[in-house]
Write a protein that binds this ligand. Structure first.
Ligand SMILES: NC(=O)c1ccc[n+]([C@@H]2O[C@H](COP(=O)([O-])OP(=O)(O)OC[C@H]3O[C@@H](n4cnc5c(N)ncnc54)[C@H](OP(=O)(O)O)[C@@H]3O)[C@@H](O)[C@H]2O)c1
Length: 245
């Protein structure tokens, strides 16, 4: 398969790129960090790895990336919308500046990529977008109101797009992740919080097998889904006790 990944320089996106390449797939990864992407190009096989500097806040950079992908005949089977930031916005008062960036990168940036790449999929009559969402789409985050809103937003956007475009062969899949031990995770090390490599293994299988929704890790996401009758306050208190330092 040919797979494009946003936020390929760190954490889950980097581990996922490496896993997919190890399985023989071709990956075109993007992020803002030119030096990290260049470093990855030195270790990953040139036949299976391409990289570009793209800030998903920059619609024209996304459009140029889609053009490059089209003109080099890369023919993507799947676009993974993974790039994300999580700025604390719940300070003494809500920090709109931080919140706005979370929403613009996580929701606006992901949907800008959909808009840029969907015409390529329509030309071939097939294609799949995979958005990396989070369990904070289902339960409030104690750290960032806008991050939770951005993840809830991408879940609802994908459910809507899925309904509209499935008959035309374009699929919109969701990977809903619980805590993973990357730079983004601020809680403590815990057996319920797997390393990004483990998350990447589950994601790589999901991407290549073609399901509609993945919940990972099984245990933390199942516990969260089973807890829906608990109030948000009680749930937040319990999860802080288990996972936060
Ligand atoms: N870690 C968790 O606990 C957890 C839980 C649930 C869901 N998730 C989701 O999993 C995905 C990956 O998260 P992670 O934990 O691997 O985070 P991470 O280690 O912080 O990596 C985030 C990636 O996004 C890229 N990025 C950020 N802003 C960007 C922008 N404006 N344009 C392009 N790329 C940008 C970063 O690259 P540059 O800095 O080089 O641009 C980096 O490669 C995210 O969607 C996150 O919401 C994570």
């Amino acid at each position: 398969m040919n797979i494009c990944i946003t936020g390929a320089s760190k954490g889950i996106g980097k581990a996922l790129s490496e896993q997919l390449i190890a399985r023989g797939h071709t990956v075109w990864g993007v992020s803002r960090s030119e030096d990290i992407l260049r470093g990855m190009s030195q270790t990953l096989p040139a036949t299976l790895w391409r990289a570009s500097v793209v800030d998903v806040l920059d619609a024209s950079a996304i459009a140029r990336w889609a053009d490059d992908v089209d003109h080099t005949n890369f023919q993507p089977d799947c676009i993974v919308l993974n790039a994300s930031v999580q700025q604390n916005d719940i300070l003494d008062t809500y920090d709109h500046h931080a919140g706005d960036e979370n929403l613009r990168v996580n929701l606006g940036g992901a949907l800008a990529c959909v808009g840029a790449f969907q015409p390529l999929f329509h030309k071939r009559g097939i294609g799949r977008f995979v958005a990396i969402a989070s369990t904070v789409a289902l339960r409030p985050s104690m750290r960032s109101a806008s991050y939770a809103a951005s993840k809830a937003g991408i879940v609802m956007a994908f459910r809507t797009l899925r309904l509209r475009y499935a008959p035309e062969g374009i699929r919109f899949s969701l990977a809903i992740l619980g805590p993973i031990a990357t730079e983004m995770w601020e809680g403590k090390t815990h057996w319920l919080v797997p390393a990004p490599k483990k998350a990447a293994t589950a994601l790589a299988s999901f991407i290549t097998s073609g399901g509609e929704t993945l919940y990972y890790p099984f245990l933390s996401t199942a516990m969260l889904r089973c807890s829906r009758r608990l109030s948000d306050g009680l749930f937040a208190a319990i999860s802080a006790k288990i996972l936060k330092s």
